[in-house]
Write a protein that binds this ligand. Structure first.
Ligand SMILES: [Zn+2]
Length: 264
């Protein structure tokens, strides 16, 4: 089992009724650290509170506004100020800027607005030397083009489902690619081939809970304790021992987010 879940929406309302039990199952499964990216700005305070809860697994928040929740009348300067404020308050606890990105699915905020507000958040990440947690749906090429303007920016394209060429492009830009339960589905042959070809030091494993449950839990609310199934598929495709792969993926995550191994 990986000791770090690199992407879990612990502030999601679906976790409210039994968050303690979810975290306990994660700890029993061997998860020591969870990176919890923000989605909606109005839930930043809840996320901030979670990071201070103490105990295991430790919760490491990232702050940003997910493309689904961007307001078309927002302005980049004001967004930067609000985000700066919460990052200042969180101090060293904030491990990244995220979840930010581009989502070109129909019905999402206008593309130009998304890109302007994304760029404001990328600039702040760069200025603060924080990695970024990126979301891309039907927007991988535009995102890669945008990222070229931020050399040296570290980060991960989480829940990556793009092509091999797009994967190569992101890796070429110095980014990592996150993979979750989607890779365990029967229809995931193409994605499995894409990930098997990504250099192992550029892969992060994530639950993306409460969504994207691996196939053994299809249709259920996902949680970090289910990541073992994803790990097993990735290990099989690389003909690697799962524990050995987990150790490498842990190193990748700890390096990117600067999270130490903590106590046993
Ligand atoms: Zn997410």
């Amino acid at each position: 089992m990986p000791s770090l879940d690199t992407h879990c929406h612990l502030d999601d309302p679906r976790f409210v009724p039994d968050l303690g039990a979810v975290l306990e199952r994660a700890a029993i499964a061997g998860v020591k650290d969870i990176v919890a990216p923000a989605s909606e700005e109005r839930r930043w305070p809840a996320l901030y509170a979670l990071a201070g809860r103490g105990g295991w697994p430790r919760v490491h928040p990232a702050f940003g506004v997910h493309p689904w929740f961007l307001r078309e009348d927002d302005n980049p300067h004001s967004l930067t100020e609000r985000l700066s404020c919460v990052l200042d308050a969180a101090g060293h606890r904030a491990v990244a800027v995220g979840e930010v990105g581009l989502d070109f699915w129909p019905g999402m905020p206008e593309h130009g607005v998304q890109e302007r507000l994304l760029r404001a958040q990328l600039e702040l990440a760069q200025a603060r030397d924080l990695p970024v947690i990126l979301h891309a749906r039907r927007s991988e090429d535009r995102l890669a083009k945008c990222l070229r303007d931020y050399p040296g920016l570290r980060g991960v394209v989480h829940g990556f489902t793009g092509s091999e060429q797009q994967a190569e492009r992101f890796v070429g830009l110095g980014l990592l690619l996150g993979v979750g339960g989607v890779v365990t589905r029967q229809s995931a042959d193409r994605l499995r081939r894409v990930f098997a070809a990504v250099p192992v030091d550029r892969v992060l494993i994530e639950s993306d809970a409460p969504d994207q449950a691996p196939s053994a839990h299809a249709g259920q609310r996902n949680e970090p304790a289910f990541m073992g199934e994803t790990l097993a598929v990735l290990a099989k495709d690389r003909a690697m021992d799962a524990l050995a792969l987990a150790a490498l993926l842990d190193d990748n995550a700890r390096r990117l987010f600067r999270i130490d191994g903590g106590a046993p």
